[in-house]
Write a protein that binds this ligand. Structure first.
Ligand code: ADE
Length: 233
């Protein structure tokens, strides 16, 4: 899978792209992240990319021209699904993440300053995605969140032991509690069932815990789980 990122701050991706699971997947050619510096596409003699807001208002906007020129350069006459990260977008969830993992290639636009000239959206018509109801200083962190979460659903990114199958949000349930050695720490014991060797009992306990935790911590998700299972709330 190829992620093409349009950003004013490509250097902010350095550690993310060289570390841990994402770093390994890039080395193994399972994913590729191409960083495009929007500033390189400015026609201004000082490489300026931002300007004042028409009609007044605080801050600066990224101009339409460098973004559109960058976008056209990535496309090279192809059609590629494009995402703009913005607090105005629809909120990302596990279902959308999984769907996005089915694309071979994506373009991701990161905003900065007070935003971008609206005509970028008219010309590119990207899907607008937010990672939550809060405002970041730019789209770079949001873009890393998107790349990280989508990559986990791409074959070969996670090893068997890192599998994305048994984890939070599958079946609209949060993940059950997990334990490792020692069997007792400061009086706190690992639940007996987990050391019983009875795999059916362990499966039942884990499902029960997932249901309890979801009901307590995410009642909204629990409602969805019950609806999908055709059960009463
Ligand atoms: N850019 C600034 N805030 C954002 C958010 N919450 N989600 C995605 N992109 C953003």
């Amino acid at each position: 899978m190829i992620f093409n990122v349009m950003t004013l701050f490509p250097e902010s991706f350095n550690d993310f792209l060289s570390t841990s699971i994402i770093g390994r997947s890039i080395k193994n050619d399972i994913i590729k992240v191409n960083l495009y510096n929007i500033r390189d596409y400015s026609l201004d003699k000082n490489k300026r990319v931002d300007d004042y807001v028409y009609g007044g208002g605080k801050g600066m906007l990224i101009s339409v021209e460098p973004i559109y020129r960058c976008y056209k350069d990535i496309l090279k006459d192809r059609t590629i699904k494009t995402i703009y990260l913005t607090p105005k977008g629809s909120i990302l969830n596990n279902k959308r993440v999984k769907e996005l993992a089915s694309y071979n290639e994506l373009i991701i636009l990161c905003g900065h300053y007070e935003g971008i000239d609206e005509r970028v959206l008219d010309l590119i018509e990207p899907e607008e995605i937010s990672i939550g109801d809060f405002v970041l200083t730019g789209g770079e962190l949001a873009s890393m969140v998107l790349i990280d979460s989508v990559s986990r659903f791409i074959d070969g990114v996670l090893s068997n032991s890192e599998s994305s199958e048994i984890e939070s949000f599958n079946d609209d349930l949060l993940e059950y509690p997990q334990y490792t050695r020692p069997i007792e720490y400061m009086g706190l014991k690992v639940p007996d069932v987990l050391t019983s060797g009875n795999h059916q009992k362990i499966r039942d306990w884990r499902l029960q815990k997932s249901i309890e935790i979801t009901k307590e911590k995410r009642p909204d998700l629990y409602k969805k789980f019950l609806t999908n299972k055709n059960m009463e709330v």
